[in-house]
Write a protein that binds this ligand. Structure first.
Ligand code: ATP
Length: 139
């Protein structure tokens, strides 16, 4: 079993939370921990630090800290991959063409406003879970 971090982003939370949570069961993903949070800008910048310097970094971090989101620590067989497959391709328009069953196909808008986040590796999952669940949110 592998652990990963899922976030329901401001465009999909709270409206689609229940639908997304119900889909997890079909993929043998169980929720180990979950909470609503409102990220500070500093948290969002730390969370997305691999994208620092890219043209979308400021919009992304401002958006992710603009409203409450929902975080879930998921566990399941090949958990990282299972959740990313359910989420679908980063770009929601691509998702509608290639993965119409996916969460981004259903609830995302485009390449930036895309409903959910999923860690891309077990190492990323550990780092991201620490940011979301362990570190105080003052910074
Ligand atoms: P996530 O990390 O959110 O699960 P991902 O791993 O599929 O998504 P990344 O490449 O890590 O995608 O990008 C992180 C997030 O940054 C994307 O989910 C999206 O919201 C935003 N993003 C990525 N690429 C672009 C882009 N070219 N233009 C605008 N926003 C982008």
């Amino acid at each position: 079993l592998q652990t990963t971090l899922a976030l329901i982003k401001p465009d999909a939370y709270p409206a689609h939370k229940n639908h997304i949570a119900n889909k997890l069961k079909q993929c043998k993903l169980t929720i180990l921990n979950e909470k609503e949070l409102h990220m500070t800008l500093g948290m969002a910048q730390e969370f997305y630090r691999e994208h620092e310097g890219k043209p979308f970094f400021e919009d992304l971090t401002t958006w992710m800290s603009s409203a409450p989101i929902y975080a879930m620590v998921l566990e399941g067989p090949s958990g990282v991959k299972a959740w990313r497959n359910l989420a679908g391709p980063t770009n929601s328009e691509t998702a509608r063409e290639t993965a119409p069953w996916s969460i981004r196909a259903k609830f995302g808008t485009d390449g930036s406003t895309n409903a959910v986040h999923g860690s891309d590796s077990p190492e990323s999952a550990e780092r991201e879970i620490n940011i979301i669940f362990n570190i105080n949110t003052d910074s």
